[in-house]
Design a protein around this ligand. Sequence first.
Ligand code: NAI
Ligand code: MG
Length: 357
Amino acid sequence: TTYNIAVITGDGIGKEVMPEGLKVVQAAAEKFGLSLNFHHFDWGGCDYYLEHNRMMPENWKDIVGDMDAIYFGAVGWPDTVPDHISLWGSILTFRREFDQYINMRPVRTFEGVKCALSTPKANEIDFIVVRENTEGEYSSIGGIMYEGTDREVVLQQSVFSRHGTDRVLKYAFETAMRREAKDLTVATKSNGMAISMPWWDSRAEAVAQDYPEISWTKQHIDILSARFVMNPERFDVVVASNLFGDILSDLGPACTGTIGLAPSANLNPERKFPSLFEPVHGSAPDIYGKNIANPIGMIWSGALMLSFLTQDSGAGASAHDAIVTAIEKTLKGATLTPDLGGEASTQTMGDAILANL
Ligand code: NAI
Ligand code: MG
């Protein structure tokens, strides 16, 4: 099999970290006998937007719909295009149109990286955030009445379907089943949001019936956030609605030291549509052009992609593990970009990981 990968480099440091991602992913694929065919697209908020007045072509779905995966840098160039247009015209469109209903973000600490927390067990952080990625609080249903008057009323509806809720909960329980601790935390807020969240809890209870081996608890999002900072080592798999998961999946990596390390996978687990792999960070205009962006989030996302391509087993899973081991070795060997307190350039970091691979 040859896997077809759409490569969307995007804007800002996307352009700097993508070459590092590609060279490590390509080397790992070769090492484990995976054949990849990269297709490059120059879509984004900078040059492409200036020329076409949109983030990608109108027929983008025909162009990338048959790919096996999308490897995505970052978009956003506030000088040319407002952020809500760059995100809704690109990454958010992919998530919704390709039904990438799982946003999976592993969070862990590495030897050699100073953790942002000083709690005694902060160096033992190793958990996965599973965020619902297509519905929930992020809907476009609602409106403003009596706009501009002092009687103004604003409504924004949340949308929780049984189909959408059960499938993300099921994915989280399945993920927990594959881990040693077999522990799941379900984020909720059923004390405050008195309709949607008690219902969400009841769906968790229903889905849990199929997973008697998993120890699970529900925790209100407020105390859950506090525990991310106080006892992050206690978490194993955490599942949350779109809004809560969005917040938790930035808070988690921030606790480990830098968001430059953090990878994410936007998954359509049924493989009806391509899944998308991207670092958690954005285009970072503040550091673009200096060659100091940390490429690990990009590289690690590529490892998640290789694993997903072969159903999380076989050659792709081995390639994933080899890349993560190379990252561990590199950080332990003190090759560090400035966000980690070092002086290595983006390319030096990429080269070191490649060498360790
Ligand atoms: P950002 O993630 O681009 O940057 C936040 C801070 O973290 C900056 O100080 C940046 O220098 C630093 N940083 C980020 N990645 C880093 C890396 N790999 N190595 C070292 N330092 C790193 O978020 P920000 O500044 O809020 O957004 C910038 C643009 O990116 C905006 O246009 C935003 O809409 C877009 N964005 C795009 C995302 C995507 O494509 N999925 C996600 C988040 C933001
Ligand atoms: Mg976010």
